[in-house]
Design a protein around this ligand. Structure first.
Ligand SMILES: Cc1cc2nc3c(=O)[nH]c(=O)nc-3n(C[C@H](O)[C@H](O)[C@H](O)COP(=O)(O)OP(=O)(O)OC[C@H]3O[C@@H](n4cnc5c(N)ncnc54)[C@H](O)[C@@H]3O)c2cc1C
Length: 281
């Protein structure tokens, strides 16, 4: 049973990765978006943690009967890497709960990636050779997802791939955005003649590295493709969205104490040079 639960655990690993990607193969096959699949990703990962705990528990109970746990960990590298993998999985499970995930999202993403690389390495060292396929499939799924995201990102954002656009970009990139501050709580971002088509309700990942380096945030598109204008209404929160809001309002003259209630003079930002934005649909 101890070994069998090990196999059950490792067999779930490809599914965890298949459900995690933004360019999601299961999503393509079922017509479901990645964020709907993401909660299944979290629950499959939690199931995997439970079976891993049962796997570890059986061995520890057996070794414990002979007061042998410490000695076993000292002499057996398989036992050590197994315990190491379980500890990393415990950390991944705990740090993925909503309050911790939502606390500093960018920090969560970075530590999540570092943790699962650590987990994969530990599992690779722990598992027998015939189980290595369950390690390499997730690695391939992850790399494929990254490669597809980069390809789509380059295709969407490089001007060279969109020569026929009416609002021709000046440089290398396609998307120049204008920012309009609606109130201190919301900003609209407008991109004229966008380089791709979309469906109502779809969202895009928006990056603006000159204002918010190395971040990309999902926002729902509020216009139709027939409008030939891509617009987002962005609620101002405490991180990157606050910087976008500040950019939208900078240069305005404030007559009130805050940005609400019409205490603003001057036109919203359209007279500022458009800001370069990258998008991934
Ligand atoms: C599919 C989808 C569509 C969305 N559409 C809109 C929209 O149209 N308009 C809008 O105002 N907001 C939308 N959001 C929410 C928006 O993405 C977050 O509010 C924004 O990323 C917060 O950025 P921040 O750095 O200012 O957040 P912070 O102040 O740092 O955090 C505020 C909250 O936002 C979450 N958050 C931070 N970064 C991200 C991220 N990259 N991805 C997901 N959540 C994050 C945090 O966990 C936290 O709970 C959407 C989110 C999703 C998942």
């Amino acid at each position: 049973m101890a070994v069998r639960t090990g196999w059950i655990t490792i067999a779930q690993l490809p599914l965890v990765f298949l459900l995690a990607g933004k360019r999601n193969l299961i999503g393509y096959a079922t017509g479901t978006s990645y964020e709907r699949l993401n909660w299944i990703h979290r629950w499959v990962a939690r199931c995997m943690f439970i079976t891993a705990t049962i796997h570890l528990g059986y061995f520890f109970r057996t070794w414990g009967r002979y007061d042998y746990i410490e000695r076993k960990l000292e002499i057996d590298v398989i036992a050590r890497t197994g315990l190491g993998a379980w500890c990393v999985l415990l950390w991944i499970t705990l740090s993925s709960f909503a309050p911790i995930r939502g606390w500093r999202y960018e920090l969560f993403v970075v530590q999540h990636m570092i943790s699962f690389i650590g987990f994969i390495v530990m599992v690779r060292l722990h598992a027998p050779k015939k189980a290595h396929v369950y390690v390499w499939v997730p690695v391939a799924v992850f790399l494929l997802d990254r490669a597809l995201r980069i390809i789509f990102m380059l295709y969407t954002n490089l001007a060279i791939f969109h020569p026929g656009r009416r609002h021709k970009p000046n440089g290398l990139f396609t998307c120049n955005a204008t920012f309009h501050g609606l109130s201190d709580k919301a900003t609209t971002v407008v991109i004229l003649d966008p380089p791709f088509k979309w469906s109502p309700g779809q969202h895009a990942f928006v990056s603006c590295h000159s204002l918010v380096p190395l971040q990309s945030h999902p926002f729902t598109i509020t216009t139709l493709p027939s409008d030939n204008s891509l617009e987002f209404v962005i609620r101002t929160q405490k991180g990157g969205t606050e910087k976008l809001s500040d950019h939208a309002w900078c240069g305005q003259v404030w007559t009130g104490q805050d940005r609400t209630g019409g205490g603003v003079e001057g036109e919203p930002n359209s007279h500022f040079p458009p800001t370069l934005l990258t998008l991934v649909g």
